[in-house]
Ligand binder design. Structure first.
Ligand SMILES: NC(=O)c1ccc[n+]([C@@H]2O[C@H](COP(=O)([O-])OP(=O)(O)OC[C@H]3O[C@@H](n4cnc5c(N)ncnc54)[C@H](O)[C@@H]3O)[C@@H](O)[C@H]2O)c1
Length: 247
């Protein structure tokens, strides 16, 4: 018997990077999976689906753009029962605050913050009806300390941490927990694009563990928040950063 046997987890942006690692981890812990991602991710999503099925779990793909509320509602209706929701979809285009334009600001808030709101609100009615559910939001260490050239991104992730705390209070009476994970620097396409040469060495040395994160490093925290091990934990944000930040 595995910890998540009989549960279904939906992971937004689950076709690559941290999302794909969370899909693998949750499936290994026994969960059936729904990957919710943009149509342009179909090939990568199909590859992860095959991996999950290899483990003996079911895996379905639904197209979802988290910025489009009507599309989110349709995708959640198509997905059916969801016991565990992982709000992972996110974007980052580095830019200093002085050079930031409205389009970039809006795009980050639309995906990273408002997307969490749309998807969570679409899933909550069925969780409330069953009087149980787990919501796990992927925030960022950027929410904790802010990082130069990522001010707009950090602001969206600080919003995610705050939404996590408020949702926890608003839905807890119906047996639903809401928690956040704040990954440090995890080597995905998102991070590789911005981390080159000296910058990469500097960040590596800044971690206590003297290494940057692998997407699989984030999965343990998600399994914890999805499982009975965290029955009495809600509204919390856990840093998964190799000891890069301590608050
Ligand atoms: N990589 C890091 O170092 C790091 C650190 C902290 C937090 N994070 C967060 O982890 C999450 C995953 O990041 P990653 O590094 O794996 O990024 P990634 O770019 O590799 O993957 C992002 C995923 O989100 C999906 N996505 C983007 N816009 C979407 C939309 N509008 N609707 C639906 N899906 C959409 C993409 O298709 C992709 O599958 C993000 O929320 C990111 O902010 C990443």
């Amino acid at each position: 018997m595995r910890m998540l046997d009989g549960q279904t987890a939906l992971v937004t942006g689950g076709s690559r990077g941290i999302g794909a690692a969370l899909v693998r981890g949750l499936a290994n812990a026994g969960a059936d999976i729904v990957i919710a991602d943009l149509p342009m991710q179909d090939n990568e999503a199909a590859a992860i689906k095959a991996e999950v099925e290899e483990l003996g779990r079911t895996c379905r793909l639904v197209h979802m753009d988290v910025t489009d509320e009507a599309n989110v509602k349709d995708a959640i209706a198509e997905a059916g029962r969801i016991d565990i929701l992982v709000n992972n979809a996110g974007i980052l285009k580095a830019m200093t605050l002085e050079h930031l334009d409205q389009k970039t600001w809006d795009a980050h808030f639309d995906v990273n913050a408002r997307g969490v709101l749309f998807v969570t609100n679409a899933v909550l009615p069925q969780m409330r009806e069953r009087k149980s559910g787990r919501v796990i939001n992927i925030a960022s260490l950027a929410a904790r300390q802010g990082i130069a050239t990522e001010g707009h991104y950090a602001a969206t992730k600080a919003a995610v941490v705050t939404l996590t705390r408020v949702y926890a209070q608003e839905v807890g009476a119906d047996g639903i927990t809401v928690n956040a994970i704040c990954p440090g620097i995890i080597l995905t396409e998102m991070a590789k694009n911005k981390l080159v040469g000296e910058d990469r060495d500097r960040w590596t040395q800044a971690t206590s563990l003297k290494r940057l994160g692998d997407p699989s490093d984030v999965a343990g925290a998600a399994i914890f928040f999805a499982s009975p091990l965290s029955n009495y934990v809600s509204g919390q944000a856990l840093n998964v950063c190799g000891g890069l930040y301590f608050h």
